[in-house]
Design a protein around this ligand. Structure first.
Ligand SMILES: [Zn+2]
Length: 101
């Protein structure tokens, strides 16, 4: 009897964890936080256009000369030199984790 209910509890935890992951990284993530904070980025991405965070040039991912993945986001650059600058100090071009200002 007890082992049976423990098993059920285990499954509940597994599903709970799955749900949590979905909310965090799936479409649930769009509803939470992201929308208000990164609206500018979100809008430009929906056009198929993105922005080089280093020089501010707008470009489409297909035409980008370089790309860099950081914290689950992909950033595109007009040139590899822009990417190098970005990878050396991403905090200077994008807001990473906590904002200080
Ligand atoms: Zn650039």
């Amino acid at each position: 009897m007890d082992t049976e209910s423990l098993k059920n509890l285990g499954w509940l935890l597994v599903w709970g964890a799955l749900f949590f992951v979905m909310m965090r990284y799936g479409c649930g993530a769009h509803m939470m936080g992201r929308h208000s904070k990164r609206q500018k980025h979100h809008n430009s991405a929906s056009n198929g256009e993105t922005k080089d965070p280093v020089c501010g040039m707008s470009l489409s991912p297909a035409k980008a000369a370089a790309a860099s993945a950081l914290k689950g986001n992909t950033y595109y650059f007009c040139s590899t030199s822009c990417r190098d600058k970005f990878e050396k100090a991403p905090g200077a071009y994008i807001t990473v984790a906590h904002e200080t200002h």
